[in-house]
Write a protein that binds this ligand. Structure first.
Ligand code: PFF
Length: 453
């Protein structure tokens, strides 16, 4: 069997992990959740839950992947051979592929909007008209299907090239570009007249907005944003070289993800306020309000408006690609390592499965709108099932596995790079406590709140 590939070094590993973490969750989901859940107060809970909850879970997944140098299923087989834990290995092969299917639909929309900004631009006029244009686009069967197909083909192309020449290379080019683009957009957005109200919204907390469901939503968002509970972190960590410092890699990734989410918030909210739009507009926030802003801007400065629109949709598409390939890779790693398929065949098989489910999700905005599962369209059902249940459930099982099943000495060895990293040795007890007690409790709370919300 071919030798297992590795990322080139720590920076390559951080860029790949950050690539998985930074995605639509930061640019599309985070700003609209901040808008819906009450601005700065939500951001504060989000920051706390990233550090106290998500970082330990991230490290738990990374410990498993790095220890075993295997994909999710193989890792469970290595650490707990012949036990029921193999189901966790299988669950975390399936969950990211379900997410990938509908994620690719939204990734496709960003390609569709990019195409529009490159060709006709946005001239829809009033916000109502822009919203109907968005509705018409996502429900027209042909375009979104084509965009979904192109998006997924792009992912397949990158993943089939391998861990180093595909995934690592793509992230190395795209991630720095993404940071530059989002900062440029932020600077532009902050310069708009009326932007100050958006800044105020993001920095002045209203603590009355902190409700149990806001707390659960913030924790859930930190899960989604850090790609937790579905084996992507585990799989990428399995490509990190043996002597690498897992804590440093984890801190780097979580730090970049947080920074990016905040910058994205400051790139979007000031523009939303400047245009006098309701911040709680929901999932359509970036696809409805931003084209509106671009169309308004286009009246005064058409060239600038066109440039910003292109940059914005390039940013979203790149962010979506870097995340989507991490989900894709989980399935490919399983088929290559466990089913002994070639990387090309594995990539093709995953393409077929996720394309089909994604196509059905895409059609659920139009011709298949009547098809309901638990009262939800197929797209919303897949989103709800994965973000509210499968990610949290997978995360819970990972922390229970590392905190209660794995040998503490092994976990310490991984966490402290064989006892050589002094800072890691100093914080190991705090990590262990958060992992064994706080994380499982917090996940159960999110789970129950999601169930009854
Ligand atoms: N973290 C990604 C984002 O914020 O867009 C979403 C994601 C990627 C979720 C990978 C799950 C996953 F396995």
């Amino acid at each position: 069997m071919a030798r297992r590939e590795h990322f080139g070094g720590r920076s390559a590993a951080i860029l790949a992990l950050a690539g998985s973490a930074i995605g639509l969750g930061n640019i599309w989901r985070f700003p609209y959740m901040v808008g819906q859940m009450g601005g700065a107060a939500f951001i504060i809970i989000y920051l706390i839950s990233c550090v106290l909850l998500s970082l330990p879970i991230f490290l738990a997944e990374a410990v498993i992947g790095h220890r075993t140098h295997a994909g999710t299923f193989g890792a469970m087989e290595k650490l707990a051979p012949g036990t029921k834990w193999k189901w966790l290995g299988l669950l975390t092969v399936v969950s990211p592929l379900i997410i990938l299917s509908y994620y690719s639909v939204v990734g496709g929309w960003s390609l569709g909007y990019l195409w529009q900004s490159l060709t006709t631009g946005f001239h829809a006029g009033e916000i109502g008209a822009v919203s109907s244009a968005y509705g018409a686009f996502i429900s027209s069967p042909g375009w979104p299907l084509l965009c979904h197909t192109l998006f997924l083909l792009g992912c397949a192309w990158i993943v089939s090239a391998g861990v180093k020449s595909g995934i690592e290379k793509f992230n190395k080019i795209t991630m720095p570009l993404l940071f530059v683009l989002i900062v440029l957009i932020m600077v532009y957005s902050l310069s708009l007249p009326g932007a100050a109200a958006g800044v105020d919204y993001l920095v002045r907390p209203d603590f009355s907005k902190i409700t149990p469901s806001a707390v659960a939503a913030a924790m859930g968002q930190s899960f989604f944003s850090l790609s937790l509970g579905v084996g992507t972190i585990l799989t990428y960590a399995s490509y990190i070289r043996k002597n690498e410092n897992i804590l440093a890699t984890g801190l780097g990734t979580v730090g970049f993800d947080l920074l990016f989410a905040l910058v994205a918030g400051f790139a979007i909210m000031p523009a939303v306020f400047a245009a006098g739009i309701e911040p709680g507009a929901g999932p359509g926030l970036i696809f409805e309000t931003l084209p509106y802003i671009f169309s308004k801007m286009g009246v005064v400065a058409p060239a600038l408006s066109a440039i910003v629109a292109v940059l914005f949709f390039v940013t979203i598409a790149c962010a979506a690609f870097t995340s989507a390939i991490s989900m894709y890779e989980v399935g490919v790693a399983y088929l290559v390592e466990q089913r002994k398929l070639s990387r090309r065949k594995a990539t093709a098989l995953i393409f077929l499965g996720t394309w089909t489910l994604g196509a059905l999700c895409s059609l659920s905005f139009g011709p298949l709108a009547e098809l309901k599962l638990f009262g939800l369209s197929l797209f919303s059902f897949c989103d709800m099932l994965t973000s509210n249940f499968l990610m949290t459930f997978g995360g819970l099982l990972f922390v229970l596995f590392v905190g209660w099943k794995m040998d503490k000495a092994v976990v310490r060895d991984e966490f402290t790079a064989g006892g050589t990293a002094r800072f890691n040795c100093a914080v190991f007890d705090a990590f262990w406590f958060l992992l064994r007690y706080i994380a499982p409790l917090a996940i159960v709370i999110i789970f129950i709140t999601n169930f009854f919300a």
